[in-house]
Design a protein around this ligand. Structure first.
Ligand code: LHQ
Length: 273
């Protein structure tokens, strides 16, 4: 069904693999549309309680496929017809029609999303990794903002997530004068949660996903929603959002199970409902 990504579900975890390895998994319109569909599919599937996003081959994602950027006439810089789904027009329209819906879909999917950063994440590919909830990164991988090299501004949430994760000064440094951020530095400055050897990356991401998939999924989804909104709200509004979320969480079976397990001095078994 999908041509540019792989989608598989196993033991409560959906794995979405961007699969254009010869292009460093650079985005085309088709790939973005398929990724949006895959996140929606995972979000609707009651059997899925965590999502891993990763890339096939050497790279995580190199951002927009620079051979497939439509100009005002819908053709690429070298005169070829751009991707069938490309909107002719300006970059703003391209972001509005493709990238922004993808980032919004990831943030609105009420499941934990792990970026398993297997190789370079550049441009919108870096923003994509930052839009996920948790990041595990191979020691061989690195981030490149890249936008400045082609006279553009970080997009796809880059101007939102990067300063929130590392602070404004570091974000500006990374977006302007830095060639790359290594995995080791990314870990030190809080851009990623864990780093490990390239050989152990899948194992590490799978172990993390397995833990997340055993948590009370509704509560985790509600905390994702509430923390995201909390970034935009004052204390009074956040307190009210917490009360709202807790009202919903308080009615779940998993909440009852957690309470009962505590009283019975046993480990809770959450079902995600
Ligand atoms: C690629 C790409 C790529 C195509 C590597 N496209 N083929 C939004 C709205 C509108 C317009 C513009 O964009 C956006 C959002 C954005 O994402 S803008 C930023 C776009 N991305 C970039 O500018 C990054 C460009 N790539 C690079 O800087 C380097 O390739 C990185 C740092 C990712 C990797 O460097 P190396 O490890 O030295 O690999 P390489 O450069 O040799 O690339 C390997 C292959 O992948 C190569 O193909 P080839 O056939 O020669 O082996 C590249 O052409 C291809 N590739 N990125 N974005």
């Amino acid at each position: 069904m999908y041509e540019t990504i792989l989608y598989e579900v196993s033991a409560g975890v959906a794995r979405i693999t961007m699969n254009r390895p010869d292009k460093y998994n650079a985005f085309t319109g088709r790939m973005i549309a398929e990724m949006i569909a895959a996140f929606r599919q995972a979000g609707k599937d009651a059997a899925v309680r965590c999502i891993i996003l990763t890339g096939a081959g050497k790279a995580f994602n190199a951002g927009q496929d620079l051979g497939d950027v439509p100009g005002a006439d819908g053709h690429t810089a070298d005169g070829k017809a751009a991707d069938g789904q490309a909107a002719a027009g300006n970059h703003g329209d391209m972001l509005r029609s493709r990238y922004n819906p993808l980032i919004t879909q990831i943030r609105n999917t009420e499941l934990p999303v792990i970026a398993s950063v297997n190789g370079v994440a550049a441009g919108a590919g870096m923003s994509l990794a930052l839009a996920c909830d948790l990041r595990v990164m191979s020691e061989r991988a690195y981030f490149v903002s890249a936008f400045v090299n082609i006279g553009l501004v970080p997009d796809s949430g880059g101007c939102y997530f990067l300063p929130r994760l590392v602070g404004l000064a570091k974000a500006m440094e990374i977006a302007t004068i830095r060639d790359r951020v290594t995995a080791e530095e990314a870990h030190r400055i809080g851009l990623v949660n864990r780093i490990c050897s390239a050989e152990r990356l899948d194992e590490e991401a799978d172990a993390l996903a397995a833990r997340l998939a055993q948590l009370p999924t509704r509560a985790v989804g509600l905390m994702k929603r509430t923390m995201n909104r909390g970034l935009e709200m004052d204390l009074a509004q956040t307190l009210e959002q917490e009360a709202y979320a807790q009202e919903i969480a308080g009615r779940t079976e998993d909440h009852r199970e957690g309470m009962q397990a505590f009283l019975e001095k046993r480990t809770p078994v959450f079902k995600g409902v």
